[in-house]
Design a protein around this ligand. Sequence first.
Ligand SMILES: Nc1ncnc2c1ncn2[C@@H]1O[C@H](COP(=O)(O)OP(=O)(O)OP(=O)(O)O)[C@@H](O)[C@H]1O
Length: 726
Amino acid sequence: MIEAPKRVSVAVRVRPVLRSGGGLGRGGGGSHSHQQEKFELEATSRINDTQIKVEQKRQEEACRSSVFSFDYIFDQESTQLEVYEDAAVELVDGALTGINATILAYGQTGSGKTHTVLGEVKHNPLENDLLTSNSGLFLRVLNDLMEYKKRREKDLHVIVGLSCVEIYNDTIRDLFGGSPNETPPTIKASMVGDDVYLPSLIIKEVTSLSAVFSEIQLAISRRQSRSTEMNAASSRSHCLFMIDLLQAAATAPKPSLSLLDTQKNSANGDDAKVSRTRGMSMADTKKDPKNRARGQTMGPSANASPSTPPAVSPTTAQPQEVAFLGTILNVPGQTEPVWASKILLADLAGSERIKNSGVVGDGFAEATAINSSLTALGKVVHSLHEGSYVSYRSSSLTTLLKPTFCHPSSRVLLLAQVSPTQLTYDETVNTLHFANRVKDMKVTTTTGAEAEKMLFDFIEAEKLYDSLVGDLRIWSVESGCKTVIRRQIAKQNPSILYYDQKARRPHKREERRAVLEQLGYLDIAAAEKDQQIIQRQRDIEREERQLHELHANERRIQVAAYQEQRGELESELKSATGDATSHQIKQLVLDNSAITTGLTVDEEVDFALLMGQHLDGLKRVGALEIQKLDAELASLSDQAKLQKSRSQGGTVFSDPQQLTDHEESSSQGAADDATYANACWGHCAAKRFFASVMELREGQLRLNIAKTQTTALENWLKKKEAAEGR
Ligand SMILES: Nc1ncnc2c1ncn2[C@@H]1O[C@H](COP(=O)(O)OP(=O)(O)OP(=O)(O)O)[C@@H](O)[C@H]1O
């Protein structure tokens, strides 16, 4: 699966120490700060291709160090070509397939931003070439685009438009506009959704590098610069080089840069002749990798589908066809579309401590404007990093960079430029922290145009709400007035049927009735009432019929139930008569058994009496036994005491009485023994007594049963005698 390119990449470039006191081109002799650098220790060191270490080594301060990771690290040895090929070429390739590219050079003043973006912009007489080893990204991009244009001229129209603006003290100036000796003219930017238009911007067509070279040199020379303590030729404005790319099949008419003007017109609300659509966004291609892969495997073809322009990498010259992600312009009367995309190179003015740069007067105002616009940029980046609402309108710089951050199909390369020595340690760390935030920022439209649109919609909704509330108030006042007017008319003209609260009062009733009669409403009401009465009568008759039917049904059910009961009783009677004989036999058996039971009852009575006598006897025997046992226990106790005293070798008592006396006087043990023995005997006697009681109770129960049975027998005999007598 082919991965979508990274939306935001960050490269850090460390400027070399300027030992000779000045750099290339501008500024000649070098600034005070650059002079000092020669005697300073270095603060940065490249760890590998993606990591850089920043270290503070000052004698009086504790050593501090931090390591930062980015996509590319270019150290003091890195060449302009390396920077371009490693970090920028893929953005140029992307732009040919519609992915708008922005390269931002950011960093402290004097850190090498202009060197990286522009570098040397002068003719190389030795090689008869406009590019030198010190040429910056801008010329290299243009040069590659020209090569691409040349290579594809057979099957593709490639139009390159160039415009150049500076933002000086928050005003936008067209560096191609006006006469060379005058201050560049100011232009206004208008923001439409995520797009920003510069209506009167001059766009020059670049047919070859040499054709525009002198104009570029002129534009660069018009840029505001000033010598400061930090940089002998410090840029005092942000400079933006905008490259517009239009591509169309060679079979189609050559597209004109005026198509971009049409876009501006459409932004102004005029009738747009050229309609604009967008190719798939990067997010779309992510969702549909098949689509993207398919495009890449196809070779270059002039008959490519409207969203797949043939593209050739400007550096590798390898043909590849990819889905076009940028703006597609559909020109009326032309079947082939025009593919439009953009590359923006921004050489930002450097952040600086006004105290260090030693600027005063105009220089002071410039420095303040630069710092505040960079602060605005920082806020945008912070908001994008946090995913919160982004305010692009706070400065001209952020306004112009809005499409860069908002468009879903755009790529950003931040070139964080840093100076190498301890002198600028704090600024270097600040720049790297800013770059870190850029690295992690969320470039989405939701935080850009959509958020603004939401805000706009909210304000509109509030306005609508206010106007509706206003309308409602007016209506309520008006309707109140109308009510009063109607009342007055009704008073004046009683023939108008008008419902009035006052009409309900008694003295108005007759009046109202007369009106109703006059209008024939009463007759209608009477006829309606008659109708209702007839209907009501019909309803009542229907209900009566239903009730009657219901009663008849119930009666039928009751008769059927009665007949069923009767049949059951008759069959029962029949079976009872049939079984009469067997019933008499059974009765006789029962009588016999009752007699037998009666005889047993007599015996039971005798038995119960006998049992009572037996129990009395048992009680007597028990009492005698208790006496006997008491005597035995006393003698045994005496013998035991004697035995014990002998075995312990104590005083020998021949008489038990003597021993008893002795023990009563000397010890309590014998008394305890006696108590225990008594308790044991009591327990046994009680047990026996309760057993006797239980037997007695059993006898009593039997006696009661016998009595009951006797009574029953007597009753039965009486009945029998009565029956026999009858
Ligand atoms: N990689 C480099 N190799 C050689 N010289 C360099 C390099 N980078 C910067 N310089 C030199 O350092 C000096 C300062 O660089 P430059 O003007 O580009 O800084 P800047 O960041 O654009 O500053 P300002 O923000 O003040 O415009 C210049 O003389 C430049 O030629």
